[in-house]
Design a protein around this ligand. Structure first.
Ligand SMILES: [Zn+2]
Ligand SMILES: [Zn+2]
Length: 284
């Protein structure tokens, strides 16, 4: 795996064929110095935007990629650092891009929640056609992932061209939940059967076992915070994992005070802190 900086180039939706994960940001929900931990996966002619937080349309624009160019989305959960930029995507697509509908890979249940509790407010009243307001289907082209059976966690699969994505439920909120089963909707991803991207999750060794037992995981991108408690995995908790797991784990979604922990992470077996504005490229 090679880590490469975007540098002064424009962020593109295609590449020469490597599986590439671009970190738009590596920061926490309320980062003021970084961007939010959302990723753009690119492989050959195929791409998938995973989450689109409040800061992401601006961040992408600065990388040279306006949000209306994106064609494929997946959303892990409804916190604003993961969905706050979707209103801009919808309205730009509809009113600047001539009613373009981007694909969104989403289960029916989550689609209803995302629309009714989050997106509807900024969208449905913008037009009125004989009393009919806009719906999710006016804004998006939803594609329902296939439910995977026989696994210990609820999981789904879909493909975007040559890109294979497996998603599974995670344990993020509330901080009192005992497992993914009594947690609010949130999802992690396995990309091309070899890369684990947890998105937001509390420390959940059972989730890591689930992934490592079912897939040949070579790299892990894991949620990490530098304090205890709350709804994310702490560095201390992650430190209790085996060296074998830590060596393949990059930490992400961390706070603006990351410099205070830089040396500690450097001296640990962890692969490192994720660098925003960088590609993590995996040769096929
Ligand atoms: Zn988050
Ligand atoms: Zn979250």
């Amino acid at each position: 795996m090679r880590v490469e900086k975007l540098g002064g180039n424009k962020l593109e939706l295609t590449n020469s064929g490597d599986l590439s994960i671009f970190f738009v940001g590596s920061g926490s929900a309320f980062t003021k110095k970084m961007n939010q931990t959302n990723i753009l996966i690119v492989k050959g002619d195929d791409h998938l935007m995973v989450d689109c937080g409040t800061k992401t349309p601006q961040a992408l624009w600065e990388y040279g990629l306006p949000v209306f160019k994106l064609n494929n989305f997946f959303i892990t959960h409804t916190h604003a650092d993961h969905i706050g930029g979707l209103e801009e995507v919808m309205l730009m697509n509809r009113y600047v891009m001539n009613q373009k509908k981007a694909n969104i890979y989403i289960t029916k249940k989550f689609r209803k929640n995302l629309w009714n509790y989050s997106l509807k407010g900024g969208a449905e009243g913008n037009e009125n056609h004989k009393g009919k307001q806009l719906t999710f289907h006016d804004m998006w082209n939803p594609i329902v992932p296939k439910r995977l059976k026989g696994l210990k966690r609820d999981a789904w699969q879909f493909s975007v061209g040559s890109l294979k994505i497996t998603t599974f439920r995670t344990m993020h909120t509330p901080d009192t939940s005992k497992s993914w089963k009594d947690s609010a909707w949130s999802n992690g991803l396995i990309i091309d059967d070899k890369i684990l991207f947890t998105s937001d999750t509390r420390f959940d060794p059972e989730m890591l076992d689930f992934c490592l037992q079912n897939w040949d995981i070579e790299t892990i991108f894991h949620d990490c915070q530098f304090f205890e408690g709350g709804v994310h995995a702490s560095l201390n908790e992650l430190d209790s994992l085996s060296d074998e797991i830590k060596e393949k784990t990059y930490l992400m979604h961390y706070g603006d005070n990351w410099k205070d922990f830089k040396e500690r992470v450097k001296d640990s077996p962890f692969a490192g802190l994720v660098k925003e504005g960088h590609f993590y490229n995996f040769s096929l």
